[in-house]
Design a binder for this molecule. Structure first.
Ligand code: ADP
Length: 276
């Protein structure tokens, strides 16, 4: 059991959004998932721990903001689209972070993780750095995590790295709640033709193989890329894409409930002795 820092005490579920490979859409998924959960009435926080490429400030339209502190130590998260957010990108120049060595990145992350005043949350979504190295392992162990979501494209090279992600979480006993396949297909807006640019159904097969849930398949779509670049996350727009993200959030909650039921069944009924 990990040591609970005071910052996590009032958080019901900490969910890591991870990917084996960079550029597969992990941050886009994390942002839209967090906002979809918030739209369903939950209290949500979003932590951008992607130390080598923090993109949350851009994607949430919050560039140039900085968290404040009431006591000079603990940071108060910022608020964007109704959710609490903190990002390594609010604290440092992203170009500096790109050249950090492991220990510097780890210590900056420890600060971010341990010193943000999240308050009461139903869900804290953590946008992890891509990969399965020491940094990812350390973060996974620093959080009292509920589970992980793996984002991949259907391409073989991304799937191979996503498999490493599943193996890493299994090793540290963090349940993989499901897989999101991003950039699954492209549908031409003029003729409606569907093309599987990065391959077809790769994550479907992977989910089956690992006995985990495929939470959704997200198409490659220009508007979604533009929304991210403009700081207007897709799920805040009225569109079929927004429904796809909301559906993923719904399936994630179902998996959380199932995992909790399994854990409860595994720990068995509690026996209490009553003195006559
Ligand atoms: P990662 O966090 O895995 O590095 P990002 O979420 O930053 O990936 O996405 C990489 C790029 O791809 C970004 O420019 C983002 O806007 C774009 N992108 C992500 N998902 C989609 C999608 N489904 N359709 C179009 N562009 C996407």
């Amino acid at each position: 059991m990990q040591a609970q820092t005071p910052c996590f005490k009032q958080i019901n579920n900490i969910i890591l959004v991870a990917s084996g490979k960079g550029g597969v859409g992990k941050s886009t998924t994390a942002v839209n998932l967090a906002l979809a959960l918030s739209q369903s009435g939950s209290k949500v926080g979003l932590l951008d721990a992607d130390v080598y490429g923090p993109s949350l400030p851009l994607m949430m339209g919050m560039q140039g903001q900085r968290p404040t502190s009431l006591d000079g130590k603990i940071m108060e998260p910022l608020v964007g689209f109704g959710i609490k957010v903190n990002s390594i990108g609010f604290l440092i120049n992203p170009e500096d972070a790109a050249v950090w060595r492991g220990p510097m990145a780890s210590s900056a992350l420890s600060q971010l993780i341990g010193e943000t005043n999240w308050g009461e949350l139903d869900y804290l979504i953590v946008d992890m750095p891509p990969g399965t190295g020491d940094i990812q392992l350390t973060i996974s162990q620093k959080f009292p995590c509920t589970g992980a979501v793996i984002v991949t494209t259907p391409q073989n090279i991304a799937l191979a790295d996503a498999e490493k992600g599943v193996a890493m979480f299994t090793k540290v006993n963090i349940p993989v709640l499901g897989i999101v396949e991003n950039m699954s297909y492209f549908q031409c807006s003029k003729c409606g033709n569907v093309e599987h640019i990065f391959g077809k159904d790769g994550a479907v097969a992977m989910a089956k193989e690992h006995g985990t849930e495929l939470l959704g398949q997200i198409p490659l779509q220009q508007q979604t890329r533009e929304n991210s670049d403009n700081g207007t996350p897709t799920v805040t727009t009225d569109s079929p894409m927004a429904d796809i993200y909301r559906d993923i959030a719904k399936k994630l909650i179902e998996q959380l409930v199932l995992t909790q039921q399994k854990n409860a069944a595994a720990s068995g009924p509690e026996i209490s002795f009553i003195d006559d």
